[in-house]
Every structure is written in C-alpha cells, then in structure tokens.
Design a protein around this ligand. Structure first.
Ligand code: SAM
Ligand code: SF4
Length: 362
C-alpha cells in the first residue's frame, strides 16, 4: 500500500472519530472498516451462533465474484481493512482465494475469521501465498469436551492439527504475515487446571502472534434465555454505537447492514447491486439509525442492539470500542504490526488483562 494512501485512510478514521464526537448524522467520512460476507453457509452448528443454531431465516448463498470485485474497486481507496467473513464459513466459497488475491493486489488489507476445520495442507499453502494480512482462528475450548460442545460438528484434534500445520508452515517459510490470532470466546463452561492451560498454550509457543479471549454476544435477544453458555450482562451502555460512524457490512447477496449482528438482515440500509456504498452510507435509513443512537431510542428500530458487547464496552481515552478496531488497523498500516502489540499491552494494563490472554511470539 502506498504511503499517501495509508495516511489518507488514517485521516478517514480520525474524521470518523471526530464526526462521532460531534454527533454528526450525515458523514463526510466513508466507512473506514468494511465486512464482506463471501457466504452465510457453514459446515458447523456452533451453539452460540445464529447460523449454527439454525436461527437464520434469510436465503443462504455465495457472493458473486463480479459483485465482490465491484465492492473492492469502490472501497479500496478508503477502507483500512476488509474482514472477509460475517455469518458463515468463508473457506466454503469456491473462489475464496481469488477473492483475497484480488483485494491484496489492489492494496486492500484482508482479515479472516475462520473455524479452521476446512484448512487442508493445500489450503494452508494457498492462504499463505494469497497476501492475506491477518487470520483469526476461532477455537473455543482448551479441551476436547468443551471445544466440541461449543463447536458442534468439529473435531478437536483435527482442527488443532490444521491450525498448527498452518502456523508451522508460516514459520518454516519465514513469513511475518498473516498476523495470526487464536480467538477463544468466554463461554464459561470450560473446566481446566492451570497445568492443562499451560500445556495447551505451550503448543502455540513461538507460532502464534496473539491469543485473544473474547466476550460472547447474545445477538440481541437471540440467546438471552440460553443456559448452554454464559455471557456478560451489558446493562451499562456507552452509546452512541460508534460502528455507525465507521463500519459497513455487506452480505453475500449485496444487502448492506449497519453491523455484523444483522445475521437475518434485520435492518437493511440498501443493496450494493443498485447503489454505491457511499450513497447507502448517508441515506435516510442510516441517518435515522444514527439519530436514534444519539437520542437513545435505538431499540425501537434496532432491537438487535440490546445487550450488545460493542455498546457495553467502555471507551479508552475517548476512543469508543466500535472505532478502535478500524483505527488500530489504520495505524498498523502505517507502523506495522508492532503497534498492535503495544496498543494491546497498554489496553490490557488499563483493563486488567481483559483484552488478550497472552501475546506469545515476538
Ligand atoms: C460468525 S463467525 C464466522 C466466521 C467463522 N465461521 C468462525 O467461526 O470463525 C465470526 C466470529 O464470530 C464469533 N462468534 C460466534 N458466535 C459468537 C457469539 N455469540 N458472540 C461473539 N462472537 C461470536 C466467532 O468466534 C468468530 O470469531
Ligand atoms: S463456524 Fe462460525 S459461522 Fe459456523 S456456526 Fe460456528 S461460529 Fe457460526
């Protein structure tokens, strides 16, 4: 990515932060972070996910590659990064590696969340060659019983082997990227000793860049009454939600929604097949949602925001949680991933280690 573009993207992020604090509802800044959904199909039935638990009513499908290219062509000038996953397993998309390569060759930083169950040796090689910047392996359980209880349909040993193969190959090829994260949701039914935890973490010594322990979302009221896992009660909110000032999500069929939690396309702002993202970003529906966020009556038009982990996470130095992700990416674009580590370690000192369990490799 050219240095001029890196600074332009950083300035978009700072404008998002300023416009957020000024409570502007029509924005000069474009979305600084974009999520694209290659597919909402999945091979697992995870107990904490609307896709896995069959709570998705919208049509399932795969994003058309031509549509995807159009999105990248429009967003490449202003987005800090694109996460290539929303409500499904992206490795199921037949043109997935082509998608990453197209974005990378256009200077767009690509991040991926994956369950890693489909990560064969060949796919590991393709992924490493694709130009992807960051990969987050969802691995919710340090022991076979707990992992398989959460990630229904996955095999503990097999997935662990897939991840370790990928990480060892990355090391063998002496690659710095992709920045690799092991993401563990705090489902709180895990029962392990300190020795078992240390044994598990040792497997990743010198291989993983970060182990991230993450809050669980109830997806609005979707899992409010569940007794299959625990979640944090977010009765304190730190609104308005800054994602509406910084983030756009595009589903496989082109529907644009304000947030990744719209798995059922509950609040569709527009469709990218008919409009440019910048026009959708400032249309009447988005304006009304931002306004309701500012007024505090957002639950009337977006009940999904109930108990949200983004709204329920306090700001740090005036930077709200919804903007931190894209701002960190914009700064990382300029400084390299060293910044990400320093920022996380400061955040952890401020919040008693609640952001990341452990950062292992240098
Ligand atoms: C919906 S998944 C889609 C990508 C991929 N299939 C995976 O599992 O990583 C995207 C992310 O959401 C996380 N996730 C799933 N259910 C969640 C919940 N109830 N609360 C918070 N995050 C959740 C997953 O751990 C993953 O990191
Ligand atoms: S693998 Fe990902 S998308 Fe699939 S059910 Fe699990 S969390 Fe949901």
């Amino acid at each position: 990515m050219k240095i001029k573009k890196k600074f332009k993207i950083l300035s978009n992020n700072l404008s998002a932060l300023i416009n957020y604090h000024r409570r502007k509802t029509v924005l000069g800044n474009p979305p600084s972070f974009v999520w694209i959904e290659p597919t909402n199909n999945c091979n697992l039935k995870c107990i904490m996910c609307p896709t896995g638990t069959g709570k998705i009513d919208v049509k399932k499908g795969f994003m058309d590659y031509t549509l995807y290219k159009r999105i990248i062509d429009e967003t490449k000038e202003y987005t800090s990064a694109v996460t290539l996953a929303i409500s499904g397993e992206s490795l199921l998309h037949p043109e997935f590696f082509k998608m990453i390569e197209y974005a990378s060759s256009n200077g767009v930083k690509i991040l991926l969340n994956t369950n890693a169950t489909l990560l064969t040796e060949e796919k590991s090689r393709l992924l490493l060659d694709s130009g992807i910047s960051e990969i987050s392996f969802a691995f919710d359980g340090l022991k076979k019983g707990t992992y398989e209880k959460a990630r229904v349909g996955a095999d503990f040993e097999k997935t662990l082997d897939n991840i370790l193969y990928f990480l060892r190959l990355k090391k063998e090829q002496r690659r710095k990227l992709p920045y690799a994260i092991l993401s563990i949701l705090k489902l709180e039914f895990e029962d392990y000793s300190e020795i078992e935890k240390a044994d598990f973490l040792r497997l990743f010594d010198g291989l993983i860049d970060e182990i991230r322990s993450r809050e669980v979302s109830t997806w609005g009221s979707t899992f409010k009454d569940t007794d299959t896992f625990s979640y944090r009660d977010n009765s304190n909110v730190y609104g308005p939600c800054s994602r509406l000032w910084s983030t756009a999500c595009i589903a496989w069929d082109g529907d644009v929604v304000p947030c990744v939690y719209n798995a059922n396309h509950e609040y569709v702002i527009g469709n990218i097949k008919n409009n440019r993202l910048m026009d959708i970003w400032n249309n009447e529906k988005m304006f009304r949602l931002r306004e309701s966020m500012i007024n505090g009556d957002y639950l009337n038009i977006s009940p999904l925001c109930e108990n949200c982990i983004v709204l329920g996470t306090p700001p740090i130095f005036g930077i709200p949680s919804g903007i931190r992700l894209s701002l960190a990416d914009a700064i990382t674009n300029v400084t390299g991933y060293g910044f990400e580590r320093i920022a996380l370690s400061i955040a952890n000192r401020l919040r008693n280690g609640s952001f990341t369990a452990k950062t292992i490799s240098e």
